[in-house]
Design a protein around this ligand. Structure first.
Ligand SMILES: Nc1ncnc2c1ncn2[C@@H]1O[C@H](COP(=O)(O)OP(=O)(O)OP(=O)(O)O)[C@@H](O)[C@H]1O
Ligand SMILES: [Mg+2]
Length: 434
């Protein structure tokens, strides 16, 4: 796929809505349009591609677009604001199409489960305008449906936690008898379409039958179904692979010392490690069996005895990907090469032992140890706070902060200050007047 690229002399960042160039105005064009600009991995993508001299623009929906670190990056040449979620999925897709006609891009990169679903639903329509850096339908279908992912793993003799699919909340007590407590209520899909827009569903830890039932009911109300899974208490490790054209081009591994929320999700304090032989081989087997091309993050958690259990596969750039990029495995660039039909680099080595920290998330997860005391996966607050402070003594990279590109770090700090002030104000007013 090769679109004509009309270079523009302007590198000013503009945030704007529906603006189509006037007749006679040269059409701007980009190598990549990065969607989901509010995500940390989108900033990592803009930086990775921009610093290589590629022309990059970024896009976000209106409700998430204020004060975005990604838009502040020196490598984000243009910032686009799409209609808000309230206006529905069709409005978003139409905006994307209009945008790409006015401002062509060779490749579209997405990092959220929601936008991935939208691109899948409108794959044919959007791929007329740009290369979509996403895997085939059959591979994505396997990765986003957790029941299918777990079934494939079982077929390949890869351990998965004991689990019971739940159709209605009346089945919870019986399922708890099989699985035991604590347990995890895992939505079978992380993102589902509603009438007009979509909803993100998260895993929840259940310490009691009532908690399990209420978590299942919550998923049910949103139109989803769940699996009740045995809780696996040990270390969270993930394998990141780049697979295409029958070959693995890059392998990377990390472990998460702290996550947000404490059960798991985003790794807020993580370290690059050598690829462990057991899960490295298992992840590769899964990706090859599913023919999951592009980037894939295969997550495992170990039991106390060290046995790995598959948690899930994320078939899009994960929030933690920047540690891989900094350690020398530039996954966003590999995605670009693949989707643009270029030869793909083979990455043989990377820096092991590199720490990376998402400070805002780490602070939040430390504070949550006070409100979530004595729950599984949650250390005592005193240990959490001393761990949080001790981590300042360990050399680490920080998400958003890059000496070559200071503005996103500043934007993230100001935005975090705003969030904290808003929360404090809300707490103050709710105590005083309600
Ligand atoms: N059975 C389990 N035992 C222990 N921890 C679990 C279990 N299932 C999920 N988790 C934790 O919860 C996290 C989120 O679960 P999962 O990855 O299945 O959901 P997700 O919503 O798709 O997450 P992500 O945002 O990472 O894509 C996992 O990374 C893991 O740390
Ligand atoms: Mg996921």
């Amino acid at each position: 796929m090769s679109l004509p690229i009309h270079l523009s002399s302007s590198s000013e960042v503009q945030t704007r809505n529906e603006q189509v160039p006037q007749q006679g105005t040269p059409i701007k064009a980009y190598d990549t349009l990065v969607l989901d600009a509010h995500l940390r991995q989108s900033l990592a993508t803009v930086r990775s591609l921009g610093s290589r001299g590629l022309r990059v623009a970024a896009l976000e929906r209106a409700e998430l677009a204020a004060h975005l670190p990604t838009f502040a990056s020196r490598w984000c040449q243009e910032a686009f604001v799409a209609p808000s979620s309230e206006q529905g999925i069709e409005a978003y897709v139409q905006y994307l199409e209009t945008r790409l006609r006015a401002t062509p891009a060779r490749v579209l990169i997405t990092s959220s489960d929601g936008t991935l679903e939208i691109l899948r639903q409108h794959r044919e329509r959007l791929s007329r305008h740009a290369g979509l850096a996403i895997a085939s339908e059959s591979a994505l279908d396997m990765a986003v449906q957790k029941e299918r992912t777990l079934a494939l793993a079982r077929e390949l003799q890869i351990n998965v936690p004991i689990g019971v699919p739940i159709r209605t909340s009346s089945e919870v007590s019986e399922a708890v008898r099989t699985v035991g407590l604590p347990a995890v209520v895992k939505p079978t899909r992380s993102w589902i379409f509603g009438e007009q827009t979509g909803v993100r569903l998260n895993c929840q830890l259940a310490m009691t039958v009532d908690e399990a039932r209420s978590a299942v009911e919550q998923v049910e109300r949103l139109g989803g179904t769940s699996i009740l899974q045995q809780f696996v208490p040990g270390r969270c490790e993930s394998i990141h692979l780049f697979y295409a054209r029958g070959e693995v081009y890059a392998r990377f591994a990390q472990w998460a010392k702290r996550t947000q929320p404490p059960l798991g999700g985003t790794s807020v304090y993580r370290q690059s490690i050598a690829v462990p032989e057991d899960i490295g081989e298992q992840a590769e087997r899964l990706v090859r069996a599913a023919q999951l091309e592009g980037y894939a993050e295969v997550e495992f958690r170990r039991s106390v005895a060290g046995t790995p259990y598959l948690m899930e596969i994320n078939p899009r750039l994960s929030a933690s990907v920047e540690v891989a990029v900094r350690a020398g495995v530039d996954f966003p660039h590999l995605l670009y090469q693949w989707a643009n039909g270029d030869p793909i680099d083979r990455v043989k080595t990377y820096h092991v032992g590199m720490w990376m920290r998402y400070l805002q998330g780490d602070l939040l997860t430390t504070l949550q140890t006070i409100t979530q005391r004595r729950r599984a996966s949650v250390p005592p607050p005193s240990r959490a706070i001393s761990g949080f402070l001790a981590s300042f003594l360990v050399p680490a990279h920080y998400d958003y902060f890059d000496w070559r590109d200071l503005k996103p770090g500043l934007a993230a700090t100001i935005d975090f200050g705003r969030v904290v002030a808003r929360r404090l104000r809300r707490d103050f007013f709710s105590r005083r007047y309600l």
